[in-house]
Each structure stands twice: as structure tokens, then as C-alpha cells.
Design a protein around this ligand. Structure first.
Ligand code: GDP
Ligand code: MG
Length: 209
């Protein structure tokens, strides 16, 4: 798939405001500053489509980008930024939880983790949520340009092992917003999933993030 058009359409802070046009959605989750906005920009070939913040924790909304007039990339609020006040954190996780637990047209989640680090407890909890909600997801190991070539496979193994058993994880893809490695692979996966039909099997909510 080639992305030929991409535009920002809305920043939403309440699931009541979500689009009603029925287009499929690919959501991005990950901790603050992990590289979600950079990934969107790289995929779309636009430098400033998604705001790349130097202040982690700034994205407090669901940010909708309409791609090829046919599906949405949805940038979710980053989690795990320590300097965010507790009352705000609660609101954010509620928003993520409401969205992931009720939004049937999510075809795939891109769960983004940092190649340099072992997944955090929140990263693991997010994977647990996605498994619980039966949402297919790809673990995207980003900032891979920061890892020496000779160490990449060992690092990927470490990250996989650290997550342990994942039920709805479809694949692990290494990515870099700097070099573009992984971009084509990710676009192929997205293309495959936007056309899937999935019966919703959602149930009660798991542990709060
Ligand atoms: N070296 C490198 N830096 C990256 C990559 N992706 C993001 N960054 C940097 O990481 C910081 C946070 O990126 P951003 O996309 O704003 O993260 P977000 O908070 O998850 O949206 C910025 O300084 C980016 O330039 C990558 O693949 N490689
Ligand atoms: Mg961002």
C-alpha cells in the first residue's frame, strides 16, 4: 500500500465525539515519547502531520488522521509519563480504556515499544488489555536505529521474552522513523488488516491502566 493522502481531522477527548462514518481504524498505543507521532509522520511521508512533542505527555486526546480517504490512524494518549498529575493520568487511561473496549471498528493496534529498553510494566499491561479485549496487534519495536546492527536480533529476542505469552499479538516489527526501516512491512500489515471483518467479542473491563 502507498499512502497518497493523509490529513489530520480531529483531536477528541471524549468517546462520544468519535467519527460515525464507519471507516476502519488503526490505533497506536505506547508510552509518552516512545515515537508514535514520528511513526505516523514517517508512514505518511509528511514531516509535520502529527505534532512531535519535545514535552512528553502532551497528547491528551485521541488524534484522528484520515489516510487515503479510506481509514484512520488514531494516535492515543501516551501513558507512563511520571510528571503528569494523578488526576490527569486517571482521565487519560479512562479515555484509552473506553476507546479500546468499545470501538468495534479498530482493525489493528500498533503497540509501540522502545528498542533500547525492556518493556515497562505499563507496556506489558497494555498487551494484557489488548489480549483481553481480543484486539489483534503488532508490537512495533521503534528507534531501532539506536541499536547496533550486531545487537538487533538479541534485543528483539529480549523484548519478546520479556512480554512472555501474548495471545493476540500478530507479529513483531522493527522500525525506525529516522531510517524508515520497517515502513513497508508496516504498511503491508495495515493494508491487510483494514479490510478484515471481525466479530466483536468484547467483554468486561480488565485491570485499570
Ligand atoms: N533515533 C530515533 N528517534 C526517534 C524515533 N522516533 C521518535 N524519535 C524521537 O523521540 C522523541 C519522541 O518522539 P514522538 O514521536 O514525539 O513520541 P510520542 O510522544 O510517542 O508521539 C522525538 O525527539 C523524536 O525525534 C526513531 O525511530 N529513531
Ligand atoms: Mg505524540
Amino acid at each position: 500500500m502507498k499512502i497518497t493522502s493523509a490529513r489530520f481531522v480531529a483531536s477528541l477527548s471524549d468517546v462520544k465525539q468519535l467519527p460515525t462514518d464507519g471507516l476502519p481504524e488503526i490505533a497506536l498505543v505506547g508510552r509518552s515519547n516512545v515515537g508514535k507521532s514520528s511513526l505516523i509522520n514517517k508512514l505518511c511521508g509528511k514531516k509535520n502531520l502529527a505534532f512531535i512533542s519535545s514535552t512528553p505527555g502532551k497528547t491528551q486526546t485521541l488524534n484522528y488522521f484520515l489516510i487515503n480517504e479510506s481509514f484512520y490512524l488514531v494516535d492515543l494518549p501516551g501513558y507512563g509519563y511520571a510528571r503528569v498529575p494523578e488526576h490527569l493520568k486517571a482521565g487519560w487511561s479512562k479515555l484509552i480504556e473506553n476507546y479500546l473496549s468499545n470501538r468495534d471498528r479498530i482493525k489493528l493496534v500498533l503497540h509501540i515499544v522502545d528498542a533500547r529498553h525492556e518493556p515497562t510494566e505499563l507496556d506489558k499491561m497494555m498487551a494484557g488489555w489488548l489480549d483481553y479485549f481480543k484486539i489483534p496487534y503488532i508490537v512495533v519495536i521503534t528507534k531501532i536505529d539506536k541499536i547496533a546492527r550486531s545487537k538487533i536480533s538479541r534485543q528483539v529476542e529480549m523484548i519478546k521474552n520479556s512480554f512472555g505469552k501474548l495471545k493476540y499479538c500478530q507479529d513483531f516489527i522493527t522500525f525506525s522513523a529516522v531510517t524508515g526501516v520497517g515502513k513497508n512491512e508496516l504498511l503491508s500489515v495495515i493494508e491487510k488488516y483494514i479490510s478484515t471483518t471481525k466479530k466483536s467479542l468484547r467483554s468486561k473491563q480488565p485491570q485499570t491502566l
